[in-house]
Design a protein around this ligand. Structure first.
Ligand SMILES: Cc1ncc(COP(=O)(O)O)c(C=O)c1O
Length: 397
């Protein structure tokens, strides 16, 4: 069967909605369209029942003790902001210090910067050359004024999985709360908030074959009970922690998407790691100078981040225009600066600018990757004929 082009290999950015998820959502757009806060008629009751059912399923999926620990938001960015700002502002009298890592997503790093402007202090810990945080560094950074440690479960650029369980143990011992941005991890790895000792956890639907526009924050209610100051003010939805009418179809789709991922996880994660290993071994055979970023094993099954030394990532993307990929140096701000994650690994700017991220997902096949390798082979042959590559200097804009 001929391949369908273009091939999508950017599953860390977002994923398509699974048809089973869409099917679950459809009745809640036009038939069961009620507002879950409407307590006076069956439209509202049905919507509320659907939301509470989804909340229960999500709580179960994370190993949470109580469905009320799930707060619906618009996505991971909002969940991260609610976790960090909500917790810091609510805890102002107890402390003024937060600890995080240099490789966190901007949703965490920029929320920290905003808190610094309010007078909080933030320690940003370095990672090793493979992208891993040392739990002992976390322990050393804690003070009696530390309110929160925020460490992501899986990195969106290099796929590295942080040692959350060890960090959770340290936080427990020292009586400090732990938040984790798990946007890239939920549905792809088994995660249990109680086993990990995580007190707050951010995630969303669109990274796991659910709809865009919905996310959640897990907030522990017991031992300890975590208090948050809301970011928004309005109706009393979500027990006052996040007011606003709930997007019922998105919430229903979110829960269904997580359930499908978890049911398929053991088989799918093995399949994705096999595809990723196939891609790496064949690419590195074709291009002996290729470097892999991030820890070789402690990483997301579908993630491969590589430096094509001596070639700008943008040029690779042009050469591979039939493949939807992301450069490792993509910068949300448009500043032209190489990625903060790759810099934190100690990569020189030129190498960071040569980095491409492959994000393999549910619909990808071995045939697609074989086709991609063939394309790389042809590109390399063309480059060899054309002479040595021209490289933009690290200081150019
Ligand atoms: C680790 C991580 N955190 C936060 C976000 C932002 O997520 P959202 O698009 O749901 O706001 C992303 C998405 O790229 C991510 O990968």
């Amino acid at each position: 069967m001929p391949l369908k082009l273009p091939i999508y290999l950017d599953h860390h950015a977002t994923t398509p909605v699974d048809s089973r998820v869409l099917e679950a959502m459809l009745p809640f757009f036009a038939e069961d369209f009620g507002n879950p806060s409407s307590q006076t008629h069956s439209f509202g009751w049905r919507a509320e029942a659907a939301v509470e059912d989804a909340r229960e399923r999500l709580a179960r999926a994370l190993g949470a003790a109580d469905p009320r620990e799930i707060v619906f938001t618009s996505g991971t960015t909002e969940s991260d902001n609610l976790a960090l700002k909500g917790l810091a502002r609510a805890g102002r009298r107890r402390g003024d210090h937060l600890v995080t890592a240099l490789t966190e997503h901007p949703a965490v790093l920029d929320a920290c910067r905003a808190l610094e402007a309010e007078g909080f202090r933030v320690t940003r810990l370095p990672v090793d050359a493979q992208g891993l945080l040392d739990p002992d560094d976390v322990a050393r950074a804690l003070t009696d004024r530390t309110l929160l440690v925020s460490v992501m479960a899986a990195n969106s650029e290099i796929g590295v999985l942080q040692p959350l369980e060890a960090i959770g143990r340290i936080c427990r011992e020292r009586g400090v709360l732990l938040h984790s941005d798990a946007a890239q991890a939920v549905g792809k790895l088994p995660l249990d908030v109680r086993a990990l000792g995580v007190d707050l956890l951010s995630f969303c639907a669109h990274k796991l074959y659910g709809p865009k526009g919905v996310g959640a924050l897990y907030v522990r209610r017991d031992r300890p009970r975590v208090a948050l100051e809301p970011l928004l003010h309005g109706g009393g939805q979500e027990l006052g922690r996040r007011p606003g009418t709930l997007p019922v179809p998105l919430i229903v789709g979110f829960a269904r998407a997580v359930e499908i991922c978890l049911a398929e996880l053991p088989v799918e994660s093995q399949r994705l790691s096999n595809l990723r290993d196939q891609l790496w071994s064949q690419l590195s055979r074709e291009l002996p100078d290729l470097r892999r970023n991030g820890h070789p094993e402690r990483r997301l099954p579908g993630n491969l981040s590589v430096c094509f030394e001596g070639v700008e990532a943008d040029a690779i993307l042009v050469g591979l225009r039939e493949v939807a990929l992301s450069t490792g140096s993509a910068c949300a701000s448009g500043s032209g600066e190489p990625s903060h994650v790759l810099r934190a690994l100690g990569l020189p700017d030129a190498l960071a600018r040569s980095t491409v991220r492959f994000g393999i997902g549910r619909a990808n096949t071995s045939e697609e990757l074989a086709w991609l390798i063939q394309l790389v082979r042809e590109l390399r042959a063309r480059r060899t004929r054309a002479g040595p590559p021209r490289h933009r200097s690290a200081s150019s804009p």
